[in-house]
Ligand binder design. Structure first.
Ligand code: PMT
Length: 450
């Protein structure tokens, strides 16, 4: 018996073929998938493909005489634990947002009380259009979740945001929604299971069955980091000059928080030591604020013995004012002044020196030139298990962007990754952690760090 039943809605975009991969991954994770397609989607992929792979009738039109169920949109919508739309066009998003029910999929949306997860894909101008953005906001207010599209080259040969997110990420987020409590997932009804009890709700750990048993969520890597405690530094440190001024950098915290959220979603315990950030931290993690490099150093050293993995994603100032003025430095009578700087403690190096047992120590390298060369030298000097090298001058990479372009270096070699969302990169980093654990028996134990 399948752990979860998913209604997969496929709409008419060039990325429709990727819905097949999504379906296969979900099936491998133990889900039962029923497919509904819009008429336009059938121009891109034939219903027969989904029918052959699901062994179920694929519904395009309620009124089609071949449809075995005369009120399919009601029955289909009541029998699913999640309605997942891959890819979602601007048109279906607009219909959902406005309650238009003029075909099977839009009627199913209205008739269902299951959580809804939408993975849009479209041309960048359509994505950025005020009407689309308004519809997205409306749906978010209604509790609908999104796997946002990413930047890249689109089918129309333009470059911009609108590309369907990685299949693995869509699947992972679908499984995460299924494993969340009802208040978060939104509107989850009591649904019947033919074996093993009735699902009466969702816990953070999975489905709570009426017989009291808690089932772990179906996974496609959904809990592959269970047992890990990941300590991550995030954001840009601020080094005070006086009570008013400081030296800092452009880090927003997006990269580090993306790693934290992905690790949390994959079952890890996550502690974040964050300096200055301009985005909201994710829920469900331990968050410690430490603004200067020295404060970050102290907070990390206090926590690191309990961690199984350390990831330095923060942009830590290498130098700080040697003396911090107690009072605001006055400019009167001065055409300029010299500021003496002293080196800050190197957090990553110290963690690496103190490492014990199976603890993995991972750093980022933010470079503007000779990226791989510098990253390799950091890896050797600081004795790291992995370095994520990003060229912060590349378009769509580095500070304060939603995307990044990185090369992951490990003792096994280098993997150059193209432009992707910071969340997708976060998952690639976590995948490499799993690979490191598998490839080196010394890293493989699952409990404690020594
Ligand atoms: O936060 P965002 O806006 O999303 O931007 C993301 C990012 C560009 C900040 C991130 O992707 C990144 O590259 N982080 C590392 C930035 C950095 O400080 O790189 P670095 O090459 O100077 O340092 C190398 C490593 O040593 C880093 O892991 C850093 O955290 C660590 N370090 C550096 C100095 C120091 N005193 N202590 C450290 O731990």
């Amino acid at each position: 018996m399948a752990e979860y039943r998913i209604g997969l809605g496929v709409t008419g975009g060039i990325a429709a073929y990727k819905a097949i991969e999504v379906m296969r991954h979900l099936q491998k994770a133990g889900c039962e998938v029923s497919v509904a397609m819009t008429r336009h989607a059938t121009e891109f992929v034939r219903p027969l493909t989904f029918r052959a792979l699901t062994d179920r009738h694929v519904i395009v039109d309620d009124y089609d005489p071949a449809n075995p169920d005369p009120i399919a949109h009601i029955n289909f919508s009541q029998e699913i634990d999640l309605l997942l739309i891959v890819p979602a066009t601007a048109n279906i998003i607009a219909k959902f947002a406005n309650g238009i029910a003029d075909d099977f999929l839009s009627s199913t949306y209205l008739a269902s009380t299951a959580p809804v997860l939408i993975a849009p894909a479209m041309n960048v101008t359509m994505w950025e259009h005020a009407a689309t953005q308004r519809n997205l906001e409306r749906l978010k207010a209604d509790g609908v979740r999104f796997v946002d599209p990413v930047a890249g080259e689109l089918a129309c040969k333009t470059v911009g945001t609108g590309k369907l997110e990685d299949v693995e990420n869509i699947v992972r987020q679908a499984l995460t929604v299924l494993s969340e409590p009802p208040a978060v997932a939104g509107g989850l009804r009591v649904s019947q299971r033919s074996a093993g009890g009735t699902i009466i709700g969702r816990s953070g750990n999975g489905a709570v069955l009426s017989d009291g048993e808690v089932k772990p969520p179906a996974t496609a890597g959904g809990s592959d980091l269970a047992g890990e405690h990941i300590l991550i530094t995030v954001g840009g440190t601020r080094e005070a000059i006086d009570p008013v001024r400081f030296i800092s950098n452009h880090s927003s915290g997006k990269m580090g928080f993306a790693v934290a959220a992905a690790a949390r979603d994959r079952g890890a315990k996550v502690t974040v030591v964050a300096a200055s950030t301009s985005v909201e931290p994710p829920d469900g993690i331990e968050l410690i604020r430490a603004i200067s490099a020295q404060e970050m150093f102290d907070a990390v050293m206090e926590k690191v013995a309990d961690a199984t993995v350390f990831i330095g994603a923060a942009a830590v100032a290498d130098y700080a004012p040697a003396n911090v003025a107690d009072m605001k430095i006055k400019k009167e009578g001065k055409d300029g002044f010299l500021l003496e700087l002293k080196k800050t403690p190197d957090i990553l190096s110290e963690v690496s020196k103190r490492r014990s047992g199976r603890q993995l120590v991972i750093g980022f390298a933010a470079e503007t030139n000779d990226v791989i060369e510098y990253a390799k030298s950091k890896m050797a000097k600081k004795n790291l298990d992995m370095v994520i090298a990003n060229d912060i001058t590349a378009q769509g990479a580095g500070f304060n962007t939603d995307t990044n372009i990185a090369t992951i270096l490990t003792p096994q070699g280098e993997t150059a990754l193209g432009l992707m969302s910071k969340r997708a990169l976060a998952d690639k980093i976590l995948d490499e952690i799993i690979n490191l654990r598998r490839s080196n028996p010394a890293n493989a134990a699952r409990s404690g760090n020594s």
